[in-house]
Design a binder for this molecule. Structure first.
Ligand code: AMP
Length: 362
């Protein structure tokens, strides 16, 4: 039996563990909370995430991966000392500790992204507004996710309040991109460099949180999305699943951000693709052959946020598949997702019909 370590026991760790089991891969999750979402699906190593415990966690692991980016460097070093390969390697998430470094990395690879500036005070922000114009999006460089620590400045009167909302300093100012839609690509790279990309999908966000993904989308942009993905993956010598979120503007792609892990916009693959993103990631990081990323018809996935879904009501909707994460209710918290699927393109309208009764959770 191969044992895979996963840092983080949220829903991503849980779905990775569920996908690993049929591949003969046992999962040990490192999460300080013994009742974390992954606890119903995996062995939990419930210690604080610090280097002192890494040796014990690492015992017998074939490889280690993670479901979040904020892994202390000392833990990475301790895993290395224990001889356990971390996949994807630290280079893949180092840039994610700071949005500015992420943007600089993308720019250095000539990957198109919104114009940006680092801002630490009001004078610098006024300078950025002069150069880049309004509206502008302000994001805290560290620790923000799902729209937290973000502000849109629409006019001169909103500049000071926007800066305060984004934390006042250590802010990334980005030109506001009037995108036609948001799409994302989830792909995998194996230990041997093998590459497999899922179809590009379309995403709808509300209040900075992903609400709806439809797959597949934007076939004409697939090739250019894959070429940007390969450039980033090759640079990072990447092993595992990587997601890139794009803005589609005037028929071209601009990168918003990337995530060095399985991604919410790939959850539809559990039912909607030959291989799910979770199984694909486990295959990649365990050095196994990648699976086919081909989609099975058309899928739509919606996240439900804050309030647990009515299980019986959801399951009464034809074709609806429920994925509850077993987490407590809390405002803005992702508690689960629901996927509906149709087999052929001609049934695509049926997806909308299947989503209709799910409106209470959308
Ligand atoms: P992020 O946390 O960077 O993924 O941003 C969350 C959401 O805010 C994105 O999915 C977009 O809907 C929106 N957003 C972020 N950056 C920009 C931008 N530069 N221009 C327009 N909308 C943006």
């Amino acid at each position: 039996m191969t044992t895979l370590g996963i840092l983080g026991g949220g829903q991503l760790g849980r779905m990775l563990a569920l996908a690993a089991a049929p591949l003969g891969v046992h999962v040990r999750v490192w999460d300080p909370d013994p009742h974390c979402s992954a606890s119903r699906a995996a062995e939990i190593f419930a210690r604080p995430l610090d280097a002192a415990h890494a040796g014990e966690f690492a015992a017998g692991l074939a490889a280690c991966t993670y479901e979040f980016e904020h892994i202390p460097h000392a833990v990475v070093e301790a895993l290395e000392r224990a001889g356990v390969p971390l996949r994807p390697a630290e280079l893949a998430f180092a840039a994610k500790h700071d949005r500015l470094r992420e943007k600089e990395l993308l720019t250095s690879l000539a990957i198109p992204t919104a114009p940006f500036a680092a801002v630490d005070d009001l004078a610098q922000l006024h300078g950025a507004v002069e150069r880049m114009g309004l509206p502008m999006v302000l994001k805290s460089r560290r620790g923000g996710y799902d729209g937290k620590g973000q502000a849109v400045v629409r006019d001169a009167a909103g500049i000071a309040a926007g800066l305060a909302k984004a934390g006042g300093r250590d802010v990334l100012a980005e030109a506001f991109i009037p995108f036609a839609r948001e799409v994302s690509l989830v792909a995998a790279r194996g230990v041997d460099g093998a590459f497999a990309a899922f179809p590009l999908v379309e995403n709808v966000h509300r209040d900075g949180i992903l609400r709806l993904t439809t797959a597949p989308a934007a076939r004409p942009l697939q090739a250019s999305a894959e070429s940007l993905m390969r450039r980033l993956m090759d640079h990072l010598a990447y092993v595992g699943v990587l997601a890139i979120e794009f803005f589609e503007v005037d028929g071209a792609l601009m990168v918003n951000e990337f995530a060095p892990r399985v991604h919410n916009s790939g959850h539809w693959t559990i039912e909607g693709a030959e291989t799910s993103q979770f199984a694909q990631h486990v295959r990649a990081v365990c050095g196994l052959p990648l699976g086919s990323p081909t989609s099975r018809g058309h899928s739509a996935m919606l996240n439900y946020i804050g309030t647990e879904a009515d299980r019986a009501a959801v399951l009464a909707v034809p074709g609806a598949q429920l994925h509850s994460y077993g987490k407590g209710e809390r405002a803005r918290r992702k508690l689960g997702h629901i996927t509906v699927r149709c087999d052929v393109a001609s049934e695509r309208d049926a997806l909308a019909a299947r989503l209709d009764p799910l409106a209470p959770w959308a």
